[in-house]
Write a protein that binds this ligand. Structure first.
Ligand code: PMP
Ligand code: GLU
Length: 399
């Protein structure tokens, strides 16, 4: 044998969002005045009562392994939260806690997919879904969401992609990266197809608390027992409670799927961090005002960012209804050059902007959306205004 990396692992692309975020943090550490629209994490401090819970957990002796699918305390907190927010009833055996929702999603794909099974993914999509599907031996099948339709595909476009190998529909509402919130009508169309063709729905609801204007988040599992039986509802504490570093995510779903995920997790990673599980339980059961305070701040930033983007000639964006991302359309600027550097695609746009104006955006190609760059508004209003000033100056120089 030779000293090689496996073919499976060599084929994995690193996460573009984390790569851009790391680049921004490195430049900042080197003393550069960087404005980053890359971060997919709230810039707010974790609320103080949650931080205190984390400190208390040590004195409470939470220093040992917990049951693989999570502590009784946290699973009960999750059950109560889901019941209060969505009116859905789950039992302890239908809940699993993992090291962040990313880990939950990874385990769900590993649990559900056999080689060649197809996963329907509306695009633009979060960077990690296609790679996770491939890591589990599955095949990503993309359904293009067009900007003029708010990035949500039609029921016909969706139905056209279903084959006998369709195992999972990947639903992300509110969406990362495009911020769309799926309507009840479209969710019903997905639900009807899932029941008719017997496939699972993985509903990534990590941004469910971040919805703006008159839009509301609807959980697809609420559309009837037959849909609920086919849905793995994924959520976590990272985004709603500014707890990205705690690494706690969870799933609620059919008992046989959750049991299989727990078996997989028992061999791969065991239960997540016990102290963080206590802090997450306090977050889910404690005062929820902090969630609303952050949501309101995100909505104000969204409004300002969208306004600033649409003021710049050559750039545009649709107003997203949820999460904290905007897809900035840069198509009109592709092919132009910045002091001799040709912007041949969204990656070149992002790279040239970063190198010259120290402003970080994530190129669209990694979200299956060439011609766009993703901007996160999980950053201060001051940074948003300064960052957009730099982007306007950059665009002005393009020939
Ligand atoms: N799903 C989506 C759509 C996300 O943007 C993220 C953010 N990383 C996650 C899942 C995972 O979040 P975490 O692992 O921090 O819970
Ligand atoms: N979900 C965030 C993002 O899309 C965090 C980084 C990641 O895990 O991809 O930027």
């Amino acid at each position: 044998m030779s000293l090689t990396i496996s073919a499976k692992c060599s084929a994995i692309a690193p996460s573009a969002t984390l790569a851009m975020d790391t680049k921004a943090k490195e430049l900042k550490a080197a003393g550069e005045n960087v404005i980053s629209f890359a971060a997919g994490e709230p810039d707010f401090d974790t609320p103080v009562h949650i931080r205190n819970a984390m400190k208390d957990s040590m004195d409470m002796g939470m220093t040992r392994y917990t049951p693989v699918p999570g502590t009784m305390e946290l699973r009960d907190a999750i059950i109560a939260r889901i019941q209060a927010d969505r009116g859905l009833t789950y039992t302890r055996g239908e809940i699993i806690v993992s090291n962040g929702a990313k880990h939950t999603l990874y385990t769900a794909f590993q649990t559900l997919l056999d080689p060649g099974d197809e996963v329907l993914i509306p695009t633009p999509c979060w960077v990690s879904y296609p790679e996770m599907v491939r890591m589990a031996g599955g095949v990503p099948v993309y359904i293009e969401g067009k900007e003029e339709n708010g990035f949500v595909p039609s029921a016909e476009e969706l139905a056209a992609k279903i084959t006998s190998k369709t195992k999972v529909f990947m639903l992300t509402s509110p969406s990362n990266p495009n911020g769309c919130v799926w309507s009840r009508e479209m969710l019903q169309a997905v639900a009807d197809l899932a029941v008719k063709h017997d496939f699972y729905i993985i509903a990534d609801e990590i941004y469910s608390k971040l919805v703006y204007g008159d839009k509301e988040h609807i959980s697809i599992a609420c559309l009837g027992d037959q849909v609920k039986e086919r849905t793995i509802l994924v959520d976590g504490v990272s985004k709603a409670y500014a707890m990205t570093g705690f690494r706690i995510g969870y799933a609620a779903g059919p008992q046989n799927v959750i049991k299989a995920m727990s078996n997989y997790q028992s061999q791969a990673t065991s239960a997540p961090n016990s102290a963080a599980q206590h802090a997450a339980a306090v977050a889910l059961t404690g005062d929820q005002h902090c969630v609303e305070t952050m949501r309101v701040a995100f909505e104000e930033r969204r409004n300002r960012l969208v306004e600033l983007i649409n003021q710049i000639e050559g750039l545009s964006c649709v107003k997203p209804d949820g999460a904290f991302y905007v897809m900035m359309n840069v198509k009109a600027l592709i092919g132009k050059s910045y002091h001799g550097t040709v912007l041949k695609d969204s990656a070149a746009f992002a790279e040239t902007l970063l190198m010259n104006l120290h402003t970080v955006v994530v190129p669209g190609a990694s979200f299956m959306a060439e011609g766009y760059c993703r901007l996160s508004y999980a950053t201060s209003m001051e940074n948003i205004v300064e960052g957009m000033k730099r982007i306007a100056a950059f665009v002005k120089e393009l020939k």
